[in-house]
Design a protein around this ligand. Structure first.
Ligand SMILES: C[S@@+](CC[C@H](N)C(=O)[O-])C[C@H]1O[C@@H](n2cnc3c(N)ncnc32)[C@H](O)[C@@H]1O
Length: 209
């Protein structure tokens, strides 16, 4: 799945997506609790990577976070700026966030990595690692499955990831997995969220005993 295919698919539905899913009323209470709790201890700039209509960026800002949103879809950025004029939003891609090394205290990537072809995920995680300061935090949400495999998401193809394989990808990119949350509601796909800390790649995450 190339970036352009995903970008064009969202661009064609940005208005409808914003109307249907662009408000916090349409988000799960436990997701709100998780993200609010994660945000509580953050100090510094937090990038909402793949912010879509921007409601989670605004949610972070309302929780005292210096948040900014990026998305590759211009129409989302336009909507987000209109709806949340005090929050900064700009066009950028997950693979190139357009900031200096260590710029961000944390990154939220809420269901934005789900469309990446599995081979493209490592480079995006390395970009997240580059942009997050040492000790900083990454929280991302995705759909959990038994194997890395595609499924027909309503907008465009997305991928299930097993938690173990996603954790391995994170560790390889320079993160230490700190917490994993899962949620399965009747009749819906299984949701997972991982919180990982940016560590120095030269330091092993576990010291052999
Ligand atoms: C399922 S939506 C999630 C939007 C938002 N994070 C939320 O939870 O409401 C996925 C978002 O990721 C963005 N996205 C997907 N791939 C991207 C990429 N390579 N670079 C930047 N944004 C991307 C899409 O444009 C879309 O806004």
């Amino acid at each position: 799945m190339t970036g352009n295919v995903v970008r064009d698919a969202y661009a064609g539905q940005a208005e409808e997506y914003t109307a249907l899913l662009g408000s916090m009323a349409n988000t799960h209470e436990s997701d709100q609790r998780l993200i609010a709790q994660w945000a509580r201890d953050l100090r510094g700039t937090v990038i909402d990577a793949g912010c879509g209509p921007g409601n989670w960026t605004d949610f972070l800002k309302k929780h005292g976070v210096d948040a900014e949103g990026i998305d590759q879809v211009q129409a989302f950025i336009g909507q987000a700026r209109k709806r949340f004029p005090t929050v900064p939003f700009r066009v950028a891609s997950l693979g190139n966030l357009g900031v200096r090394d260590g710029y961000a205290a944390a990154i939220l990537a809420w269901y934005s990595v789900i469309h990446l072809a599995p081979n493209d995920l490592p480079a995006v995680l390395r970009e997240f690692a580059r942009c997050i300061t040492l000790g900083g935090s990454l929280l991302f949400g995705f759909f959990e499955g038994d194997a890395v495999e595609p499924f027909p998401h309503a907008v465009t193809t997305a991928y299930f990831w097993p938690i173990g394989e996603m954790s391995t990808q994170l560790e390889a990119a320079g993160f230490h997995v700190q917490a994993v949350n899962t949620r399965t509601d009747p009749g819906t796909r299984s949701h997972a969220a991982i919180i990982a800390h940016r560590i120095d790649g030269s330091v092993p995450s576990e010291v052999p005993g």
